[in-house]
Design a protein around this ligand. Structure first.
Ligand SMILES: Cc1cc2nc3c(=O)[nH]c(=O)nc-3n(C[C@H](O)[C@H](O)[C@H](O)COP(=O)(O)OP(=O)(O)OC[C@H]3O[C@@H](n4cnc5c(N)ncnc54)[C@H](O)[C@@H]3O)c2cc1C
Ligand code: SF4
Ligand code: SF4
Length: 599
């Protein structure tokens, strides 16, 4: 039944006839609120193409695309985000997550065009009228983050707990700490290209988040058979480009790798890595040098079925990892865990066997199908200033080798070290520990040509050396060792004003008016190492192509111009462990191709 209200209500609408209309006459002239989320802007020079914005967009409105004029380089994929306004819902998650803060939104909301394709554009590259608009939406202030900017603190021994012993300083993450740190990863993968071994970094970090450490170990071993070692001492180039590091602390990638490797005892490796039954292919490869390059080549060749024998000059395998890097950074049990697993795959390591003396390279060529050599840089370099021929002037690498061999090494009450790199810091800190043990105090001065900011040593090494009592005085060039009555008195130095010329070539300049004298009874030189290729016979040397610096020329598979001879590690590239590993892996693939494996 019709009610009286239904009959009257159409007439009540007439009361609006005299009111102002609410529709806007010219909607395109209307201004937006200052923080309105309009079309995107991107500072393409700051953007690193990490693609985190693309990953977070729930509408798949972002594609990462190449841009002319922007090159792929370390820490920059060369790609830039392209937005599709047919999909975008203006949620601004991409802006909130942007690892560099380069992406923002204008408050421009009017865009009229008859061509639908133009609504897909690359902000910052395809120039738009809103590019210079100050208003819009930016990632809010410092306490608004989708991921934590702070690295989970790594427990470490305090200076007073470590300065007299060689106990490992870094203690390692607990499960909770590792998962918390792994949670900060945005999985962009910008680190992968920078890692010389191209490790599956986001994948193994994800395995930590999922608490699936067996999977983590499998991913590590895909590209790196020395994870306990690299988890401790890798030069971690990946961390220098980590996208999270642009607005916070870079992820602790190296310690996360160590966390995975630390969790499983070596006895379980074969089962986890499914390497219990490897079928042999009947071919044999000789490897010279049991450093990271040789060990890595042996590991991957053994997995392919090759019988591998490593010939090693020193009493134990490991190369510079054992005979250079001190135990407070890399304890021998961690080193042995990685090496023992490689041996368990059937790799034979013949120690105390020098190629060129105990067996010749020609003999290896006759007895094996191919040879890989990775003999490293073991000859110390001298400054050759007056006084360096005194018996109390030493080479850092010789002393470090003697420490590993358990020899009593000379450590006077006062010492001067020349050098500003990591090897110089290692010998400084080693000698400081020995001085502390012998004399109860540290008296060591380490001086470098480079200024404090230019010193090639890692910052943490310099800081920790000072914490342990060493005096680091950068910016001085050694001139002469003062000797009186056949005893060393100290080192004369002159101010170094610049180390490199305008072409970044080593060309130190000095201010002769500024001099100093560093007192010490013993001097240690740590200014780099050279290679000893005397084991190469003339007949082979004649056919080897060398570059202008005397290094053996190799192809992409580290194969030399003598086709059965593959070369890797410090004598070709580096110098660091991860380059050796990457070279050894690639050479193993090359040897397999050469011997008729994969084509
Ligand atoms: C003090 C010090 C600290 C370092 N710290 C780090 C670090 O923290 N992180 C990092 O990544 N890198 C570090 N490095 C560099 C790193 O150790 C080397 O880059 C790496 O070990 C090189 O690997 P390789 O396989 O080429 O050679 P090496 O490790 O040098 O191994 C070569 C092996 O070949 C053997 N050999 C040589 N000639 C013969 C022969 N004729 N017959 C048989 N065997 C032979 C040697 O005895 C040696 O065992 C450090 C180096 C030093 C010296
Ligand atoms: S604003 Fe939201 S929907 Fe639009 S591109 Fe960014 S994340 Fe995707
Ligand atoms: S998240 Fe930021 S830095 Fe990374 S690609 Fe997107 S806009 Fe560039």
């Amino acid at each position: 039944m019709a009610r009286i209200k239904d009959i009257i209500s159409p007439f009540t609408a007439w009361k609006n006839v005299v009111k102002e209309p609410v529709t806007i006459k010219e909607p395109l002239k209307r201004e937006a609120a200052p923080r309105y989320r309009g079309f995107h802007k991107n500072d393409v020079d700051t953007c690193i193409g990490c693609g985190t914005c693309e990953s977070i967009c729930q509408n798949a409105a972002i594609d990462m695309v190449p841009v002319e004029g922007i090159e792929t380089k370390n820490g920059d994929s060369g790609l830039r985000p392209r937005i599709d306004y047919g999909r975008c819902c203006w949620c601004a998650l991409c802006v909130d997550v942007c690892t560099t803060g380069s992406l923002s939104m204008s408050n421009h909301f009017k865009w009229v065009d008859s061509d639908p394709d133009v609504f897909r554009f690359i902000p910052g590259v395809d120039k738009k009228e809103w590019d210079d608009e100050p208003n819009g939406y930016k990632k809010p202030g410092p306490n608004y983050e989708l991921y934590s900017k702070e690295r989970v603190h790594m427990p470490e021994l305090k200076p007073e707990e470590r300065d007299k012993s060689f106990i490992e300083i870094v203690r390692g993450y607990s499960r909770e700490q590792a998962i918390k740190e792994a949670d900060r990863c945005v999985e962009c993968g910008i680190c992968v290209a920078t890692c010389p071994a191209h490790m599956g970094i986001p994948e193994y970090i994800k395995a930590i988040r999922n608490d699936d450490l067996n999977e983590g170990l499998r991913i590590l071993y895909d590209t790196n058979p020395l994870p306990e070692i690299c988890g401790r001492i890798c030069t971690h180039k990946c961390e220098t480009v980590c996208s999270v590091g642009h607005q916070g602390d870079p992820l602790s990638i190296r310690w996360l790798k160590r966390y995975i490797a630390d969790q499983q005892p070596a006895e379980n490796y074969k089962q986890i890595l499914e390497t219990e039954n490897i079928s042999k292919n009947g071919k044999r490869v000789a490897i010279i040098g049991a450093g990271p390059a040789g060990l890595s080549a042996a590991h991957y060749l053994a997995l392919m079925g090759y019988e591998c024998t490593i010939f090693e000059k020193l009493p134990l395998p490991g190369g510079m990892m054992r005979y250079g890097i001190p135990e407070y950074r890399l304890p021998y049990d961690a080193l042995d865990k990685d090496i023992d697993y490689i041996k368990s795959l059937g790799v034979e390591i013949r120690c105390n066997t020098t190629v060129g003396k105990d067996i010749t390279l020609e003999e290896l060529h006759n007895q094996y199908d191919a040879v890989f050599t990775g003999t490293g840089l073991h000859l110390g370099r001298s400054t050759r200033i007056p006084g360096t021929d005194h018996p109390h002037v030493y080479q850092a690498v010789d002393l470090l080798r003697d420490v590993t061999m358990g020899k009593e090494i000379p450590a006077a009450q006062s010492i001067v070290v020349i050098g500003g790199g990591n090897v110089a810091m290692d010998i400084t800190r080693t000698l400081a520990r020995i001085q502390n043990q012998r004399y109860g105090k540290v008296n060591i001065i380490t001086t470098s040509l480079e200024s404090e900011n230019e010193m090639p040593a890692d910052r943490e090494e310099v800081v920790e050396a000072r914490e342990e009592g060493a005096t680091i005085i950068p910016g001085w060039g050694p001139v002469k060792i003062e000797i009186e009555n056949n005893k060393i008195k100290g080192l004369h130095v002159v101010k170094c004003v610049s180390v490199f010329d305008e072409n970044r070539r080593f060309n130190p300049k000095f201010d002769e008016t500024q001099t100093d004298f560093f007192a010490g009874e013993m001097v240690v030189e740590s200014i780099g190492q050279g290679m000893d290729l005397s084991y190469l016979p003339e007949s082979i040397k004649d056919n080897l192509k060398l570059d202008s610096r005397g290094r053996i020329v190799v192809n992409d598979y580290f194969q030399s111009s003598v086709e059965w001879l593959f070369v890797g590690g410090d004598i070709i590239q580096g110098p660091d462990v991860i380059h050796g590993i990457a070279n050894g892996h690639k050479a193993a693939i090359g040897i397999d191709r050469f011997l008729g494996g994969k084509k």
